[in-house]
Design a protein around this ligand. Sequence first.
Ligand SMILES: Nc1nc2c(ncn2[C@@H]2O[C@H](COP(=O)(O)OP(=O)(O)O)[C@@H](O)[C@H]2O)c(=O)[nH]1
Ligand SMILES: [Mg+2]
Length: 351
Amino acid sequence: MSELVARELTARAAGGVSVIELRGARARAVLEAACATALPVGALSLVRPRAEGLELDEALAWCESEERAELHVHGSRPLVRRLLELFGCSEPPEDRGSLERRLAEAACERAARIVLDQLEGALERACARMESCTEAQLARELSALRARSAWARTALEPARVVLAGPVNAGKSTLFNVLHGGERVIVSERAGTTRDAVVERVMLGHYAFELVDTAGERASEADDLEREGQRLGQRLRAAADLVLWLSPVDRPVPPPVERDGRWIVLQSRADLGGVPSPHSLSARAAPEAARALVAARLREALMVPEDPWQPGALVALDGGERATLARAQAELEQGRRERALECLRALRAPAR
Ligand SMILES: Nc1nc2c(ncn2[C@@H]2O[C@H](COP(=O)(O)OP(=O)(O)O)[C@@H](O)[C@H]2O)c(=O)[nH]1
Ligand SMILES: [Mg+2]
C-alpha cells in the first residue's frame, strides 16, 4: 500500500485559498476521517476538517478517486501547517527560488508574466529551438537572451530610487505624484521632511522602491533635520538611482562626488527657465512629470518600455544570469555543445 503524501499545490504564501493534495492508497479515507463525513468520489463537498475535537476551517473537499483527493482551505499559513500535520506530513523546506514562489511575489504584472512564461516551459522550448541552431544563430540567441534577462531583472527586482536635492525643491510633491496619493507632507516651510519614507510605485511597466528624504541645506537645520540629512546621504550611497531635483528658481548643483547612478532634473519648471527633457513641474503638470521621470529612469537603467517578450526564456536571478554568461563564454571558445549544456542546466538544480 502506498504511503499517504499530503502537499500544498498552491504557492506557499498567505492568500485567499490554499489547496492541499492527498495522494496514496487511503487518501479519500484519511480525508473523510479528518472531516468526519462521507466524501463521494467526483463531487465537491463543503466540509469542516477537525483536529483534537476542534473545527479548523470551512473548506471544500474533492475526491478524484480513493487514491487522490484535494482539500481547498482558506489561505492561512498556520492553518495549512496544522492540516499537513494532521495528515502526517510536514511542510518541506522552503524553496525561495521556486517559480511558484516567484510568481506569488512578483513585484508587477510584467514580472508575473515573465515568471509565468518560465512556468509554462520557456526553457524547454528555447532549448529545443537552440539545439538546431548554427553557431552564429546560437550566438545571436544567447546575446538576445542575456539582454532580455537584464531588462527582466528591473521588472523582477524593483530598483531603489532616492529623491534628493535642496530643501523646497519639490521632492515630496514629486513623491506624492509618483505614488499617486497624498503620502508625505508638502510644505513651503524648509525642513519639513526629516525621516525617509519608502513606497513601492509603478511607472509604466516597472515597479520601483521610491524613497523621499530630507532636503539639503547648510544653515538653520536643527539636530533632528541634520539627522534626517545624514540618513538621506546613507540612503543615496546604497541606492540604485538617485534623482536629484534642482529648482529652476534656486538651482543647486548635485554634490561633486556624484556618479553614474545620479539623474539630475530641474524642478518647479513652471517658475521659469526653458522647458527641456530634464525639467519638470510636479505641481503644475504632474502627468508630464510622471512620464518624464519614468523615461529618465528607464534610460538610466537601460531598459525598454516593456521588458516582456511573450513566451521567451529569461534568466530569473543572479545565478541564472551567471550561467548564461558561462554559456556565452563557452560558445565564444567554439564549444557549442558545452554552451547548450549550460542552457539545459539553467534551472535544473532548484526545481
Ligand atoms: N510652482 C511650483 N511649486 C512647487 C512645485 N513642486 C513643489 N512646489 C512647492 O514647493 C514647496 C516645497 O515643496 P516640497 O515638495 O515640500 O519640497 P521638498 O522640500 O523638496 O520636499 C511647496 O510649497 C510646494 O507646493 C512645482 O512644480 N511648481
Ligand atoms: Mg520634502
